[in-house]
Design a protein around this ligand. Structure first.
Ligand code: FMN
Length: 230
C-alpha cells in the first residue's frame, strides 16, 4: 500500500491519571511516518473454533491484506478479571490488552449475541478501555472501528450490532459504514477458516478493508490521530 506523508504517531510515552503500568511489547516502530497502521481484533468466545472468532480472523486477514499490521485478541486472551475502576492494579494479560488498545490505530470487534446483546467476555474486555479515558487520545478518538455480530438468528445479530455501534460511539470511535452480521446456523466456515457463504465472506472482508481505508483517508487528509479532545 502506497502511503502518503502523514502526521500519525501512535506512540504515547506518557498518560495522565492513575493509569496502570504500561507493557512495552516489541511491536512496530510506530514513529515511522509510513508505518503500517495497527489494527487490533478483539472478540470471539472461549469456545475453540467459535464462529465469532473465525469471522473476526477473516476480517482481520482482509485488513492485513489492505496494508495493516494486525493483532488478534480472542478466546482465552480475553479471560480477564472483571474490570475494576477503583484500582489501578491490572493482571499481565489486562496490561497487554490496555497497551494494545492504547497503541492501535483501528479496531475490529466481534461479539456473539448473548441474550440479544454483546457477550460478557467481550464487554469486559472493552471495559478496560476506561483506562484510556485520561490519555492524550481519549479512548479511541478518531479510530475506525469495524463491528461484527454473530448470532443463531438475525434478530439477535441485529440487536447485538446496534449495541456494538452504541459502544463504539461511547468510546469516541468511528464505526465503519458496513457492520457485518453472521447467522451461525446458516453461514459456516471451512477448515481453512473461509466462510462458505460468499456474501457473508465479502461482508466480513469489507469490514476489515473499511477500517484500513478510513485510516488511509485520515492520513491523506493529515488529520492527527490523537490529542484532539483531551
Ligand atoms: C449464553 C448464550 C446466549 C445466547 N443468546 C442468543 C440470542 O439472544 N440470540 C441469538 O440469536 N443467539 C444467541 N445465542 C447463540 C449464539 O449467539 C450463537 O451460537 C453464536 O453463533 C455464537 O456462537 P460461536 O460460539 O460459534 O461464536 C446465545 C448463546 C449463548 C451461549
Amino acid at each position: 500500500m502506497k502511503e502518503p506523508p502523514c502526521v500519525v504517531s501512535s506512540v504515547r510515552t506518557e498518560s495522565r491519571g492513575a493509569q496502570p503500568a504500561r507493557v512495552d511489547a516489541p511491536m512496530v516502530n510506530r514513529d515511522a511516518a509510513h508505518a503500517a497502521p495497527l489494527v487490533i481484533g478483539i472478540g470471539g468466545t472461549t469456545r475453540p473454533g467459535s464462529s465469532t472468532e473465525q469471522a473476526l480472523r477473516l476480517s482481520l486477514r482482509a485488513a492485513k491484506a489492505e496494508g495493516a499490521e494486525t493483532v488478534l485478541l480472542a478466546g482465552h486472551a480475553l479471560r480477564l478479571p472483571m474490570y475494576s475502576p477503583e484500582t489501578a492494579e491490572r493482571s499481565p494479560e489486562a496490561m497487554r490488552l490496555i497497551d494494545l488498545l492504547r497503541r492501535c490505530d483501528g479496531l475490529i470487534i466481534a461479539s456473539p449475541s448473548y441474550h440479544g446483546s454483546v457477550s460478557g467476555l467481550v464487554k469486559n474486555a472493552l471495559d478496560y478501555a476506561e483506562d484510556l479515558s485520561a490519555d492524550e487520545r481519549v479512548y479511541f478518538d478518531g479510530c475506525p472501528i469495524g463491528l461484527i455480530a454473530v448470532a443463531a438468528g438475525w434478530q439477535g445479530a441485529g440487536q447485538t450490532l446496534a449495541a456494538m455501534r452504541s459502544i463504539a460511539h461511547s468510546l469516541r470511535g468511528w464505526p465503519t459504514p458496513l457492520g457485518a452480521m453472521l447467522n451461525s446456523t446458516m453461514q459456516r466456515f471451512d477448515e481453512a477458516g473461509d466462510c462458505l457463504d460468499p456474501s457473508a465472506k465479502i461482508q466480513l472482508e469489507d469490514v476489515g478493508r473499511q477500517v484500513v481505508q478510513f485510516l488511509r483517508m485520515q492520513r491523506a487528509a493529515q488529520i492527527p490521530l490523537q490529542g484532539r479532545c483531551a
